[in-house]
Design a binder for this molecule. Structure first.
Ligand code: ADP
Ligand code: AMP
Length: 219
């Protein structure tokens, strides 16, 4: 399966993509995670992205497109894209690359949640710097406060999860990213709308039941 997860920052894309990736045995390709790894490694790409990420703006399309098409080419067995495409230009370039490879996206999952719920989700998010596991101080607590269940590392807060930067990221989402779902609808792609306002497990159950139907349909 080749999937795209769309939705605003804090909708639960990363959380749900990890579960989808485990269940359907496909790669989880997160543009944000790849950028953060590039930054941590001090690469030229990471340095180019730094200012944009810290101020809640989108990294320029050319940087992102090359990075993600490269990751997609290495995941022939299937993938779920998280955080990409985030602009119409990125969606068009992804389509071109898929067409050249005679491939197609199986479906798009659109997580729907209001702005009002997003701030507390993002300011309460904590993640493991080692394995990338994502928690929440209230909604998804680790067994021991501030410590990753999987590897015992101290959890960290993302520097862009402050109220000020979240406001800018939401602005970027509404101005540049929310239209991407319309791009796919206009092309008659399978777009599955999911109410992501409920609890994490309810959202997962809703995604899985829709994906099971999709799997049966494609055989
Ligand atoms: P995204 O990748 O879309 O930015 P995440 O998956 O990282 O979002 O989720 C953001 C934060 O909200 C995390 O701390 C996560 O534990 C929490 N979260 C995710 N989904 C839900 C949900 N349905 N209800 C409450 N909290 C959630
Ligand atoms: P995320 O981890 O998805 O919340 O992304 C964190 C930040 O990385 C965003 O606020 C952007 O600055 C940058 N970013 C991630 N994916 C993209 C993308 N597809 N296009 C542009 N910028 C991106």
């Amino acid at each position: 399966m080749k999937l795209i997860l769309l939705g605003p920052p804090g909708a639960g894309k990363g959380t749900q993509c990890k579960r989808i990736s485990d269940k359907y045995e496909i790669a989880h390709l997160s543009s944000g995670d790849i950028l953060r790894a590039e930054r941590a490694a001090g690469t030229e790409l990471g340095q180019k992205a730094q200012d944009y990420m810290d101020t809640g703006r989108l990294v320029p399309d050319d940087v992102i497109i090359d990075m993600m098409i490269d990751a997609i080419k290495k995941s022939a067995g299937g993938y779920v894209l998280d955080g990409f495409p985030r602009t119409a230009v990125q969606a068009e370039e992804l389509d071109k690359a898929l067409f050249e490879a005679a491939e197609e996206i199986t479906g798009i999952i659109n997580l729907q949640v209001s702005d009002g719920r997003i701030l507390s989700r993002l300011t309460g998010r904590r993640s493991c710097p080692q394995c990338g596991a994502v928690y929440h101080i209230e909604n998804l607590k680790p067994r021991m406060e501030g410590i990753c269940d999987r590897d015992g590392q101290k959890l960290v807060q993302r520097t862009d999860d402050t109220p000020e930067v979240v406001a800018d990221r939401l602005k970027a989402y509404h101005e540049q990213t929310s239209a991407v779902v319309g791009y796919y609808r206009r092309r008659d792609k399978t777009v599955i709308d999911i109410d992501a306002a409920g609890g994490i497990d309810d959202v997962t159950a809703s995604i899985f039941s829709n994906l099971d139907v999709l799997c049966n349909r494609i055989g």
